[in-house]
Design a protein around this ligand. Sequence first.
Ligand code: GRF
Length: 208
Amino acid sequence: MIKIGALVSGGGTNLQAIIDNINEGKIDGKIVTVVSNKANAYALERAAKYNIEGTVIKVKDYPDRKAYSQALIDHFKEKQVDLILLAGFMVILDPVFTETFPNMIMNIHPALIPSFCGEGFYGLHVHEAALEKGVKVTGATVHFVDGKADNGPIILQKAVEVRDNDTPEILQKRVMEEAEWKIFPEAVSLFAQGRLKVEGTKVIRLTL
Ligand code: GRF
């Protein structure tokens, strides 16, 4: 059973999907810590409901991004996590963080990378950009995190239809329901089974 740590900033619906999959026996893992940069993140309440330890580590309590990232490193090392999930975490970390945990950090992005990703593409902005471009298909991507935003090896992707009358909010909801809440737990499950092998910039899914 793997030990999972999660970083959150907001509502935590993706965290909820992971919790549900663990409770249904679909992920051989345990969430040992949920860390939020915001004290009022609803994700912390979700964790508390399942007696998962929540911790608030605020950016403003540290002199710079590097010191903040180091505080997170110390925390996750103390908890001896095998996997760290960026589950709607809105802070960009110093490269020291990703270098400390190579191929051990997963992010869920609400678009099909390499579309609509990188700096500035977060939250509703991603869906606004997709609608503005007029794409007919969007989706979600789970990837390992490296030093650059939305850049690391892709683990899973799922496409979602864009409809003519979509608003960013409607599209965001559909992408979450049809893609994010499915592929994020699936990727964690594959990781827990030791079925993800990173070869260069790609992820190979092993059949056991
Ligand atoms: C999701 O859209 C995810 O793709 C992005 O941030 C959002 C987090 O939502 N990285 P939630 O906190 O999991 O509900």
